[in-house]
Ligand binder design. Structure first.
Ligand code: HEC
Ligand code: HEC
Ligand code: HEC
Length: 360
């Protein structure tokens, strides 16, 4: 028994010295040129597949991904953040992407073996030691699903369809700067969000709020992987320039979303927003958000005419304590804390039904 322990101890010591030599003398060749030995590739890939299958969320947690607005938003984020490695559907990958080990698979192959819940896990968590990055923020799942919605469509999409989906609109002039076209691919050149109900309108927002919000996305104080990616290449001067550009857009006179017949909801929403005597614990929203006689603070965003799904999602984030923002964000935490689901829907329906053109 003692001999056995002695031999094992010697073996472990030799192995540790050998491993130390490999690490400290640089004996392991880290060059990506030769690729992995087939056996190493097999071990890595099988570990990856099984790890994803073990950890992916259950199928019941997958939301409805059929909304074309989700697909379009996901495609536009994909074009900004993933295209450089996986290319568009049917498009050749760059020579640099092909020289990675492992090489990022063409996007149609990348999605072929997976269900939406697996794709969600891969996009959210990334794949260690492969170059496949994790989602840039941690706390929100709803922000990842648009990309999954796009991935569920990409196999049946032609390159021309993809390019039409992600192309930015024509910009009115060059004063906004070259990077404004990338913002406009989602927010539109007029800030109205190209009719996509998953994207907030910027045309009714103030300059100071937009600039401070871009900084909050960049620092992670406000969580969104989509916007953190978009804001990460900007600096304070760019924030101010883009904020000036979008704040100068004229809000369109007509609301984007129809009241879609839910009159009762809008009536309840209005009474809550204006300070309902029945809910004295809920601060009147209009004091800070309008509809306004005059804007109370440059950091208070107008909500009028924002799309209903966007407003509802933000209200849920506030209520769950997941939404951060500018230096004034603490004022909102109190406001949404005690609202139930029906009240959040009513408030979103009310503000979505307002005409953004009437706010000063
Ligand atoms: C820097 C390059 C890079 C970027 C950027 C990147 N990926 Fe990947 N991705 C990879 C690599 C490399 C793999 C292969 C991982 C493996 O097989 O171990 C991969 C794997 C995947 C897979 C799984 C495919 C499989 O092997 O079964 C999916 C799905 C995927 N990526 C989607 C995305 C999406 C969506 C984005 C953007 C949010 C993205 N990737 C951004 C490099 C990248
Ligand atoms: C891929 C689509 C996409 C791109 C590109 C994009 N955005 Fe956004 N933007 C969004 C989405 C989605 C949100 C909502 C994020 C959230 O839930 O916080 C958002 C939110 C915002 C907000 C906050 C609005 C509010 O009401 O609080 C501002 C300001 C903004 N974006 C400005 C920009 C600017 C400036 C650029 C270009 C540098 C840009 N965005 C690029 C999709 C995009
Ligand atoms: C004391 C002022 C105040 C009150 C009252 C208030 N809010 Fe806010 N709210 C804010 C501020 C400030 C922000 C912007 C926070 C940030 O991102 O920095 C905000 C943000 C929001 C947003 C996100 C807007 C966007 O474009 O992303 C929504 C939605 C919202 N509030 C809804 C409401 C509703 C509904 C009520 C009433 C129940 C309400 N607020 C009451 C100050 C207030």
């Amino acid at each position: 028994m003692t001999r056995f322990l002695l031999h094992t101890g010697i073996l472990i010591a030799v192995a540790a010295v050998a491993a130390g030599l490999v690490v400290f003398l640089g004996l392991f060749n880290v060059s990506a040129r030769g690729g992995h030995l087939p056996s190493v590739s097999w071990v890595l890939h099988t570990t990856f597949r099984n790890a994803v299958e073990l950890r992916a969320p259950p199928a019941e947690t997958v939301p409805d991904l059929s909304d074309p607005d989700l697909v379009a938003l996901g495609a536009r984020h994909y074009d900004a953040a993933c295209h450089m490695c996986h290319a568009g559907p049917g498009e050749a990958r760059t020579a640099t992407a092909l020289s990675m080990v492992p090489a990022p698979p063409p996007i149609r192959d990348a999605v072929s073996d997976w269900e939406p819940r697996h794709l969600f896990w891969i996009v959210k968590h990334g794949v260690k030691m492969s170059g496949m990055p994790a989602w840039p923020t941690r706390s929100r799942d709803d922000d990842v699903w648009p990309v999954v919605a796009f991935l569920t469509r990409v196999a049946g999409m032609s390159l021309a369809e993809y390019e039409a989906l992600v192309a930015p609109p024509d910009m009115p002039d060059e004063t906004a700067g070259a990077d404004a076209a990338s913002c406009a691919s989602c927010h539109g050149a007029d800030g109205r969000g190209r009719g996509n109900a998953q994207v907030p309108r910027l045309d009714g927002l103030g300059e100071a709020y937009i600039a401070a919000t871009l900084a909050a996305y960049r620092s992670g104080a406000r969580q969104s992987g989509i916007m953190r990616h978009a804001a990460s290449t900007l600096d304070a001067t760019d924030d101010a320039r883009l904020a000036g550009f979008y704040a100068a857009r004229r809000p369109s006179p007509a609301p984007t979303s129809e009241p879609d017949g839910d009159r009762e909801r809008i009536v309840l929403g209005r009474s809550l927003a204006m300070g309902s005597p029945a809910r004295r614990d809920v601060p009147a929203c209009n004091a800070c958000h309008g509809p306004w006689p005059d804007r109370r603070s440059a950091l208070f965003p107008s909500l009028s005419g924002q799309p209903k799904p966007y407003l509802l999602r933000q209200l849920e984030l506030w209520r769950d304590g997941e939404r951060g923002g500018t230096a004034r964000a603490h004022l909102m935490h109190q406001a949404a804390r005690d609202l139930d689901d029906g009240e959040l829907r009513a408030l979103a329906a009310f503000y979505a039904s307002l005409d953004p053109g009437t706010d000063p």
